[in-house]
Ligand binder design. Sequence first.
Ligand code: SAM
Ligand code: SF4
Length: 507
Amino acid sequence: MKDDTSTRKVSVAEWQKNLIKQSEIDPYLENGKDFIDEEAIETALERGKQASPEQIREIIKKAYDIKLMSAEDTAALVNVTDPALKEEVFKAAREIKTKVYDNRVVTFAPLYCGSKCVNSCKYCGFRCENNSIDRRVLSMDEIEAEARVLAAKIGHKRLVVVYGEHPDTDAEYIAESMKRIYSIKEKVRGGVGEIRRVNVNAAPLPIEGLKKLHEAGIGTYQVFQETYHKKTYESVHPVQTLKGNYRWRLYALHRAMDAGIDDVAVGALFGLAPWRFEIMGLVAHARDLEKRFGLGPHTVSVPRLEPAADTDFSWVQNWVSDEDFRYLIACIRLAIPYAGLIVTNREKPEMIRSVIKMCTQRDADTRVGIGAYVEAFSAHDQREETQQFILGDTRSLDEIIRELASMGHIVSFCTAGYRCGRTGKKIMDALESGREGCFCKLNAVLTFQEWLEDFATPETKKIGDEIIDKEMKEIKARVPADFSEALWEHLVKAREKILSGERDLYF
Ligand code: SAM
Ligand code: SF4
């Protein structure tokens, strides 16, 4: 463990020189080629423009089978321009989300552990030559303090921990920080504040490092490709930097699978290359993961470029309009229908409201500065000089839950899947067949009730309890078709136990 970063054994230069292993890229190539065939993508996109409304309707219909979409169909879908036909795509996207994930939304918070970074991503406030950023790597005690605010004051159960790429935040540090976060247990009202799932968003790691994260109990490993378009990739990630190696990043999740992490997440940073190309890239990525490991990504993230401190964006040529952003989310919902879809507080509340019915996760009470949660509890400000980018929504978890409940969503704090070994292929099969929904529905009730008891304001508790009563009625109406009588009785008892102070009950 490194509380004192001056104890680092190797120089930054040496560490960088030895990190990338060509032997952990080559086995994934086919005839020396990676799975992004730019020419084929461009040709498919051109051809996709010719699709008739009837063909689009056929594509929409097939998406209800909850299978990864073909490249050809995806290319046609992303090229729809007729507003009425687009409405049909939006409708299907909302229905498919409900079919697979019901009315549930999962909330989480990012926890930024370090802003030191050896890379020079043109769009990121943390790029190494940006002198206006206060560089910091949190000590384990500081990480614990941040996580205590998130777990005990706000009530989060799920975090995504985020790191720059630097030897001071290497795989060992990441694993150590996860263990420290899992160790927190703090008494709150009737129960306990604790983080039950730690997801990681970090730079690509070698297999040896990924094994350390697996052992530390990683939830999902997220690596966003940023852009699948190689020329664009090279123009924003200088080639002499670690991140400049396109293929090292492209196969980060393949290595994770080989290291035993069967829960991985893809994403593209929208605004770099044309968004239609990126969707083709995301689908190709999912297909290669399916082909090699029998399962695709657990979630897809759709970060859109945001301003960052002292960062020039005059070079950006592919800003995504709000209208296109909404439509690209609908396309991903149909194209990778089994995957969760994450929209973040980079977006403004109005935007999130307008897409949430197609998505499964959003963050809440978010801060992206280093040490910002401890600070935010005295002043609810964003401080540009500590952040990677500027947020669009910093509302509290309580407010967000109230808003989601008023829109008919139940917020699930369920982390049972990963803790009961329902991950990877098992969860994918269950999602495709709609079976996972049954467990999730029950666990959403129990975990939401727990949160309402321990953290909600009276106003939120009232609307939350109404949602739970509605869910209970729905579940009861599905006995015995979907839930056995015994399961129903078990649920009723578990809810009573939570109301009288027991915690962490799940199916
Ligand atoms: N440093 C690691 C890496 O690059 O893989 C960890 C992730 S980085 C801290 C988290 C993500 O934030 C990046 O993958 C990128 O997609 C996104 N990001 C960076 N700069 C951004 C900006 N200006 N606006 C929106 N998202 C940004
Ligand atoms: Fe570093 Fe990640 Fe920012 Fe690039 S996106 S500069 S790798 S923190």
